[in-house]
Write a protein of this length. Structure first.
Length: 122
């Protein structure tokens, strides 16, 4: 009859050791939640969204504006790039577009500091 050698059992993990392992996990989870909330708020209140910029440009230029491509930029300078602009005067919609190739690209650039200054105004 053969006997197997006694197996050594690992000592149970003590409660302080469990807590020591739990703190980094809680901190990482809190960081992820705060970062996701921050990204959501910045995206929701981004001043260079198309739905904000299009009516503003139409008001400034007193024209109907058609934009073929619109791209937001975030870093290092927030803003947007609009390409393929076509302007039609509000006073004469039946006339051909005014200067269809004069503004093939339009770029607006802001600063991070002005963005966060506007965030404080929410």
């Amino acid at each position: 009859m053969t006997t197997s050698p006694p197996t050594a059992k690992a000592p149970p993990i003590s409660k302080p050791r469990r807590k020591a392992r739990l703190w980094p996990l809680c901190l990482a989870l809190a960081f992820v939640v705060l970062a996701a909330t921050g990204f959501y708020l910045i995206d929701a209140h981004w001043p260079y969204r198309y739905r904000n910029v299009d009516p503003l440009l139409q008001k400034i230029f007193a024209s109907q504006i058609k934009i073929d491509h619109y791209h937001r930029t975030y870093f290092p300078n927030p803003g947007f790039v609009a390409t393929g602009l076509t302007l039609r005067r509000n006073s004469a919609l039946d006339l051909p577009p005014s200067a269809p190739h004069a503004a093939s690209s339009f770029r607006a650039v802001g600063s991070i500091f002005s963005f966060f200054a506007s965030v404080c105004a929410w």
